[in-house]
Design a protein around this ligand. Structure first.
Ligand SMILES: *[C@@H]1O[C@H](CO)[C@@H](O)[C@H](O)[C@H]1NC(C)=O
Ligand SMILES: *[C@@H]1O[C@H](CO)[C@@H](O)[C@H](O)[C@H]1NC(C)=O
Length: 368
């Protein structure tokens, strides 16, 4: 047998076995984490693309450990970062990062891309973004890369035991249906028919994800789309949340929960967990002071009414204390708001997490 391997070719073979061994050994404390979706969860993929949907200039990242922009649409950390923090794992790297290789791959990966939606035609104005089916293709490619590292069986196990976060839907309204008056989709569908169409397309996306192996997937609903500073600035003469967009969110979110229940029933297991990010945000909006915020209407970084017009840039107004603001920029929550959202994802009641919260999931899965 030994004659089959020259000592030179045996060496890489051996190191492969060692890596596979090390992987099985460390699996008890580390759970891989995968992130799919839009700008609410993008960790910097769009910085590698030619697109206008980027958070790559100051003051983005002003409260990040490096105090530099990273591509996250936040003053500091975003929701996936804070979930990783709670799981005791390193933050996931953007899939397009050249530094995501070797053992780093075992931490998981972030495939999200600002501007995307459930529908392929959402966010077309951003041109070069990673649409959701492409994110899933990259996930397949990821699995092949990890298989080469730790073998097919270990990869299957890593994926099955992983946690997934999926955040989509807001852009299918803001950057599609309502993007311009008389948009193609709004001429094609009344809102009450558009929502079930988007949900049925979402179901296909989630079924494809399930086929690829993950067995715990947190799916967030949309936030209160009509209450973000950008919408207040554009469409609210009196500072109240914009009714039409609120209606879209109030139709979308319950239908999403129903659809997830349906898939779980078909599968016979609670694979998909609904996070009611709409309610989490509404709590801030109805009573910002209760959470230590001074405003839920004015963005920290921006210009115009509510700092809601245009982008957050080096020339924008910038608030001195980001912790007092629910919104960092015209669309995205501040790190502190993200922290409170993740608290609810972890420990929230059934109103916030259906059918169970992340603490329960982690306790269940560690026992299994
Ligand atoms: C979206 O694109 C994917 C492939 O990129 C395709 O499989 C899917 O059918 C498309 N969805 C719609 C509704 O056209
Ligand atoms: C959610 O998690 C907490 C632990 O943080 C737990 O005590 C609570 O019962 C859970 N709530 C539900 C509804 O599962």
């Amino acid at each position: 047998m030994a004659i089959l391997f020259s000592s030179q070719s045996a060496l890489p073979f051996l190191s492969l076995i060692l890596l596979a061994f090390a992987y099985t050994g460390s699996q008890a404390d580390a759970r891989a984490f995968f992130v799919f979706g839009d700008s609410l969860v993008d960790n910097g993929n769009n910085n590698y693309l030619i697109t206008s949907a980027r958070a790559d200039s100051p003051p983005y990242g002003i409260d990040y450990p490096t105090h530099r922009p990273t591509g996250r649409f936040s003053n500091g950390l975003n929701i996936p970062d804070i979930i990783s923090e709670h799981m005791g794992t390193e933050t996931t790297m953007p899939y397009l990062s050249p530094f995501l290789k070797g053992e780093k791959l075992l931490v998981g990966a972030n495939f999200a891309s600002a501007g995307v939606g459930i529908l392929n035609d959402t966010g077309i104005q951003f041109v070069n973004i990673i649409r959701i089916y492409q994110q899933l293709n990259f996930f397949e490619q990821y699995k092949q890369r990890v298989s080469a590292l730790i073998g097919e069986e270990n990869t299957k196990k890593l994926v099955e035991e992983s946690l997934v976060l999926m955040t989509l839907g807001g852009n299918d309204f803001v950057n599609n249906y309502y993007l311009v008056p008389y948009s193609i989709r709004s001429r094609q569908y009344a809102l009450k028919d558009y929502v079930p169409f988007v949900i049925s397309e979402y179901k296909k996306v989630l079924q494809r994800l399930y086929e690829l192996g993950p067995r715990r997937v947190i799916v967030t609903g949309t936030g209160p789309l009509g209450c973000v500073p950008a919408e207040l600035a554009l469409h609210s003469p009196n500072g109240e949340c914009v009714a039409e967009l609120q209606k879209a969110a109030s139709l979308f979110n319950p239908q999403l929960v129903q659809m997830l229940d349906q898939i779980n029933q078909d599968i016979g297991d609670n694979v998909f967990i609904a996070a009611n990010t709409n309610q989490m945000h509404m709590d801030f909006i109805s009573n910002p002071e209760q959470f230590g915020f001074t405003t839920s209407k004015i963005a920290c970084c921006g210009q115009g009414p509510y700092n809601g017009l245009g982008l957050c840039t080096p020339l924008s107004n910038l608030c001195p204390n980001r912790d007092l603001y629910v919104f960092w920029d015209p669309f995205h929550p501040s790190e502190r708001a993200n922290r409170i959202i993740v608290q609810q994802i972890l420990g929230g009641s059934n109103t916030y997490m259906h059918p169970m919260n992340l603490s329960t999931i982690m306790a269940l899965d560690s026992r299994a």
